[in-house]
Ligand binder design. Structure first.
Ligand code: NAD
Length: 272
């Protein structure tokens, strides 16, 4: 199945760290040329240099449409085509809605949602002009489904938006033969708790992280997420969940709770 990937090109945003870096390694090991894009430009170049195969590191701020456009220009200039676009760059902020600032929301949504849109706007016209197998993978989160009470509602709102955008995009791109997958990881051992390391000063104060900025507790390895993600892309899955086994039951019950709320409301409002 990996023949589909051999000799083709992937672009991975947020590729300098965590899940993005693992995706780059997984895709390179399957024979793809990889464009590593990240606001951490030195990190992007380092990851690209360490990959086994053709690779390019491109400093990119996905919140800036011109930077996303420059990334697309660089990718096509270097490799001629892009078959897989992984919109993976993302940031996390814990805390209550009441304690949050508008700057918190603008930063989260500008990276997680607008950043994804900027990359779609830069890449889709070019990808549509190509033939053959093409795919977009967007990284959301299990937090898209039900936020932890009091702590992740802002982040969850952006990830919920990614699920909605991805499902819409899947329908929209079907006539072009471009597939769409939304990746929903659970807890993964990355630098996500230290997301504010890349928060520009223009978004205002840095709220203290209530759970610290160290390793993610009870997490799975990014490599496992990358393998499951790429397998999902290859089978054209609409959704891929990559979860630690101990979190599976909890997540399942959260999804059931969500549908229970919808089911109850529908039943209550049904005409008698
Ligand atoms: N780690 C988890 O537990 C977890 C769970 C579910 C979903 N996710 C999602 O996975 C994705 C990757 O996060 P991660 O866990 O690997 O975290 P990470 O912090 O290790 O990596 C995120 C990368 O995104 C980059 N980035 C931040 N702002 C950017 C910008 N404006 N432009 C370009 N790049 C930017 C960072 O520099 C970093 O290299 C994110 O979308 C995140 O929300 C993570």
């Amino acid at each position: 199945m990996s023949d589909q990937l051999q000799g083709r090109t992937a672009v991975v945003t947020g590729g300098a760290s965590g899940i993005g870096a693992a995706l780059c390694a997984e895709l390179a090991s399957r024979g793809m040329a990889v464009v590593v894009a990240d606001i951490d430009g030195a990190g992007a170049r380092r990851v690209a240099a360490e990959l086994d195969g053709p690779a390019l590191g491109v400093p990119t701020d996905v919140t800036d449409p011109e930077s996303a456009e420059a990334l697309a220009r660089a990718a096509y200039a270097e490799f001629g085509s892009v078959e897989l676009l992984c919109n993976n760059a993302g940031v996390l902020l814990f805390g209550t809605i009441a304690d949050s600032s508008v700057g918190d929301w603008r930063w989260l949504s500008s990276v997680n949602v607008e950043g994804l849109l900027n990359c779609l706007h830069a890449f889709l016209p070019r990808m549509r002009g190509q033939g053959g197998w093409r795919h977009v993978m967007n990284t959301a989160s299990t937090h898209a489904f039900l936020p932890d009470p009091g702590f992740t509602a802002l982040y969850s709102a952006t990830k919920n938006a990614i699920v909605a955008l991805s499902l819409g995009l899947r329908t929209e791109l079907e006539p072009d033969g471009i597939g769409v997958t939304v990746l929903c990881p659970g807890q993964v051992d990355t630098r996500i708790l230290d997301s504010q390391r890349n928060r520009p000063g223009t978004f205002g104060r840095r709220a203290a992280e209530p759970f610290g900025t160290g390793p993610v507790p009870m997490a799975i390895e990014p490599g496992q997420v990358a393998r499951e993600a790429v397998e999902g892309v290859l089978r054209g899955a609409p959704l891929v969940f990559a979860l630690p086994s101990h979190g599976r039951d909890l997540f399942h019950s959260q999804v059931r709770e969500l549908w229970q709320l919808a089911g109850d409301a529908l039943q209550r409002d049904a005409p008698h």
